[in-house]
Design a protein around this ligand. Structure first.
Ligand SMILES: [Zn+2]
Length: 677
C-alpha cells in the first residue's frame, strides 16, 4: 500500500471524472460509454496499490450477491451451444460485474461528488430533451413521423427510462433546496423531461414514471406533516387514475364513433358513374369509418398512379402494400375511396402515404393520442383475426407466449445464455407462428429472458442478486435509490433492459452508485438536519424562537424538540437543552454517548455546555451565530464573556463564603453510593 495524500487525492479525482464521463456518455454514445468504463477500471487498478479496497468490500458483502448475476452468465456457458453469442453476451454485460465491484470498493463520493455526478446527469438529460424537441421540429436529423427516431442516439425506450430517473432526481433537489430560483430550474428540468417522454411517445416510460411516483408518494406519505399537502396528494392519487381512465375512454370512443359517418345506403355511385364495392365482413376501422366500404378500386388505382412514382401495387417504404395504406388513409379522412378523393390529396399527404402513413391523424398529431390510437387499432385488428406482424403491442404478446413455451420446456436449467435467440426461432417454427420471419424476436421481458436462459434455479438466484442488496442496505429508504430501483424493476417487465451495453451500464451504474458509491451517511445526516430545520420553522407561528434540534442514535431520531422559552416561560428552554432532556428521558440515562445532535443553529454557550455534559458524540449545526445575531439572537457577547476575566464580565460576579461551602465537597467525597457523571 502506497501512502501518499497527493496520490490518493488525484486518484479520487480520477474516479469522479470517470464517473462523470460515464453518466454523461450513457445517453449518447456506446463508444464513449465503453471508454469511460475503461478509464474507471484503469483508475481502479492503479488504486489497488493505494486504497484498502478489501476493507470496504468487507463492509459491503452484499455486493457479491449482485455480482452473482454476472457470474451466472459465466457458469451457464456449460449449458450453451452457441458460444459466439454467449461470449458476445458476456462482453456486453461486463458492466454488471465491473461497476458494482468498483463502486463498492473505492472510497465513496461525498456530497460534493454526488452533486457533481447528478447534475452532470441532469445536464445530459436536458441536452437529450432538447435534441428530442429539435428532431420533432424537423430542425435536426431525418426522423420523419416515426416518434422513436426522435431519440437520435440510443434506443428511445432506454432514453425514456433515463428521463424518468432525471425527473425523480430533479424532484429530489426541488425538495432539498430552499432557494426559489433553484427550485424553479429543477422544476423546469423535470417538466422538460416529462414533455420529452410525451414527444417520444414511449407509453412504457410514462406508465413506469406514474407508477413509481405513486409508490414513492405512498412510501413517503406518513412523513408529510402538512394536512393540506396530505389532502392534495390523496386527491391526486384518486384523480390521476380517474383522469387516465377518462382519457382512455375518450380515445376508444373516438376510435369507434365516426367523425363523419358514411350514408346508410350503399346504393350510390362515384362522380364518374362507377359503383362502389363494399366488404361487409371486414371490421377494419379508421377513425370510426369502415375501411373496405365505398371503394372504387379501379378509380383509385388510376388516380394514384397519376400522382405518385410508387406504383399502386407495390410496397411502401416501410414494407406495406400501398393500396391498403391509401384506402386506410382516405377512410381516415372520412372520404369515399374514388378518383376524386385521391385527386384531393395534398402533396404532403401523398408523401406520407408513400412512407406508410395510414391515418391522417398521424400527419400533424405526433403526440400520445396517435400512439394510443395505433395501439387500440392493433388490439381491434388482432381480435378480428388480423396478423400480429409489425404490430408492436400484439407482437409483444406473441413474444411472451412463445417465451413461456420455451421456458416451460427447459424449466430446470434453461437453454443457456447463448441459445436464447436460437430457441426463439426454433419455437416460432414449431408453433407455426403467424408472425412473419422479420418480426420473430425474443420476448421483451428481462425476467422471462432470465428464466429461459437459466431455468428456475438460475432465475431464483437472479432475483436474490437483484433484491437482496436492496434489503440489506435499506435501499428503499433512500429516495434516489428507491426511484431508480423501481424504474429499473418495472422496466424489466417490458424490456430486455440488461441485454445491451447501454441498458446494462445504465442499470448497474445507478444501482451501484446509489447503493455503494455515494456516502449514505451524508444523506441521512441531511435528512436529520432537514428535520431540525423544519422544527425551527414550524415553531415560528406559535410565537416561539426559531430553533429546532434532534438527537439521533444508530441512524434513528430518538428525540426532537424546539425552543420553548416563551411557551414555558423558561429562559433555559432552548431547543438543544429541551432535546437533551427528552432524549435522556427516552433512553433513561444521563449519558448520551453514542448519540449525535443536529441543531438548526450553532448552539449558544449554555447549550454547548449541555452538549458536553450529555457526552454527545457529535454536533452538527446549520445556521451560524452570525446569522442568529442578524435575526436578533445575539449570543456572540456570551461567547465573548467566557473568555474574559471574572471582574471584566458584564454581570457583576463576586466570590463569597468559600470556607463555609467546603464541607459540601467533603461530604460528597466521603459518600459511598455516589453516581459519577
Ligand atoms: Zn442555547
Amino acid at each position: 500500500m502506497i501512502q501518499s495524500k497527493a496520490l490518493e487525492r488525484s486518484l479520487k479525482l480520477m474516479f469522479l471524472i470517470a464517473t462523470v464521463l460515464l453518466v454523461a456518455s450513457v445517453p449518447f454514445s456506446y463508444f464513449a460509454t465503453s471508454n469511460a468504463i475503461m478509464l474507471l477500471s484503469l483508475t481502479w487498478l492503479i488504486g489497488l496499490f493505494v486504497f484498502p479496497y478489501k476493507n470496504r468490500l468487507k463492509a459491503n458483502p452484499e455486493v457479491w450477491l449482485f455480482v452473482m448475476i454476472y457470474l451466472l452468465h459465466i457458469i451457464w456457458i456449460w449449458n450453451t451451444s452457441n458460444y459466439d453469442y454467449a461470449l458476445e453476451d458476456l462482453r456486453k454485460k461486463l458492466p454488471l460485474l465491473v461497476l458494482p465491484v468498483i463502486y463498492a470498493s473505492i472510497p465513496s463520493f461525498n456530497r460534493t461528488g454526488r452533486d457533481i455526478i447528478l447534475h452532470i446527469f441532469l445536464l445530459a438529460m436536458i441536452v437529450s430533451g432538447i435534441f428530442i424537441f429539435l428532431s420533432r421540429a424537423g430542425i435536426m436529423g431525418d426522423a420523419g413521423s416515426n416518434a422513436r427516431n426522435f431519440s437520435p442516439f440510443i434506443n428511445h425506450i432506454r432514453l425514456s427510462l433515463m428521463l424518468s430517473l432525471g425527473i425523480f432526481i430533479a424532484v429530489w433537489y426541488i425538495r432539498k433546496t430552499s432557494r426559489l430560483n433553484q427550485k424553479l430550474i429543477y422544476s423546469l428540468s423535470a417538466i422538460l423531461f416529462l414533455a420529452s417522454m410525451v414527444v417520444l411517445q414511449v407509453l412504457t416510460g410514462l406508465i413506469i414514471t406514474s407508477l413509481v411516483a405513486i409508490i414513492l408518494l405512498i412510501l413517503h406519505f406518513s412523513r408529510f406533516k402538512n394536512n393540506l399537502l396530505k389532502r392534495s396528494i390523496l386527491t391526486g392519487l384518486i384523480a390521476l387514475p380517474l383522469a387516465l381512465g377518462l382519457y382512455l375512454y375518450s380515445q376508444i370512443h373516438a376510435f369507434y364513433i365516426p367523425e363523419d359517418p358514411y350514408p346508410k345506403t350503399f346504393d350510390i355511385k362515384t362522380n364518374q358513374g362507377n359503383p362502389y364495392k363494399h366488404n361487409l365482413h371486414s371490421e377494419q376501422l379508421e377513425n370510426g369509418n369502415y375501411v373496405y366500404r365505398f371503394v372504387s378500386f379501379n378509380e383509385i388505382e388510376n388516380a394514384w398512379n397519376e400522382r405518385s412514382q410508387i406504383n399502386y401495387d407495390s410496397q411502401s417504404k416501410n414494407g406495406y402494400e400501398i393500396k391498403h395504406i391509401l384506402i386506410r388513409f382516405l377512410t381516415s379522412k372520412g372520404e369515399f375511396k374514388d378518383a376524386e378523393a385521391v385527386q384531393k390529396l395534398s402533396k404532403q399527404e401523398i408523401r406520407a402515404i408513400e412512407s406508410g402513413c395510414t391515418n391522417v391523424r398521424f400527419l400533424d398529431k405526433k403526440g400520445l393520442n396517435s400512439r394510443l390510437y395505433a395501439l387500440i387499432w392493433q388490439i381491434h385488428m388482432y381480435y378480428h383475426g388480423g396478423n400480429p406482424s409489425g404490430k408492436s403491442l400484439i407482437q409483444r404478446i406473441v413474444y411472451l407466449e412463445t417465451g413461456w413455451h420455451i421456458a416451460r420446456d427447459n424449466l430446470l436449467t434453461g437453454v443457456g445464455t447463448g441459445d436464447v435467440n436460437d430457441s426463439f426461432m426454433h419455437q416460432y417454427r414449431e408453433d407455426n407462428s403467424p408472425l412473419q420471419p422479420q418480426y420473430r424476436r425474443r420476448t421483451h421481458n428481462q425476467y422471462v429472458t432470465i428464466l429461459i436462459a437459466f431455468g428456475v434455479f438460475g432465475f431464483f438466484l437472479f432475483l436474490l442478486g437483484w433484491f437482496m442488496p436492496v434489503i440489506k442496505k435499506h435501499g428503499m429508504k433512500n429516495f434516489l435509490f428507491a426511484s431508480f430501483f423501481l424504474i429499473a424493476t418495472f422496466s424489466m417487465l417490458n424490456e430486455d433492459s440488461l441485454e445491451t451495453l447501454t441498458g446494462a451500464t445504465f442499470i448497474s451504474l445507478f444501482y451501484s452508485l446509489f447503493l455503494w458509491g455515494i456516502n449514505h451517511k451524508t444523506m441521512f445526516q441531511e435528512k436529520h438536519m432537514q428535520k431540525a430545520i423544519q422544527l425551527a420553522k414550524d415553531n415560528i407561528p406559535s410565537g416561539n424562537g426559531p430553533f429546532g434540534a434532534v438527537i439521533v442514535k444508530d441512524g434513528k431520531i430518538i428525540a426532537e424538540a424546539s425552543n420553548s422559552v416563551t411557551r414555558n416561560n423558561d429562559p433555559t428552554a432552548h431547543a438543544e437543552v429541551n432535546v437533551i432532556r427528552k432524549a435522556s428521558e427516552n433512553l433513561k440515562t444521563f449519558d448520551l454517548s453514542g448519540c449525535e445532535i443536529y441543531s438548526s443553529c450553532e448552539p449558544c454557550p449554555m447549550c454547548l455546555g449541555a452538549i458536553y455534559w450529555a457526552r454527545l458524540d457529535k454536533l452538527y449545526f446549520a445556521s451560524d451565530r452570525k446569522e442568529a445575531a442578524e435575526a436578533g439572537f445575539s449570543d456572540e457577547f456570551i461567547y465573548d464573556e467566557l473568555g474574559k476575566n471574572i471582574r471584566e464580565r458584564s454581570i457583576p460576579t463576586r466570590q463569597m463564603m468559600q470556607d463555609n461551602a467546603k464541607s459540601v465537597f467533603t461530604s460528597w467525597k466521603d459518600f459511598e453510593n455516589k453516581i459519577m457523571y
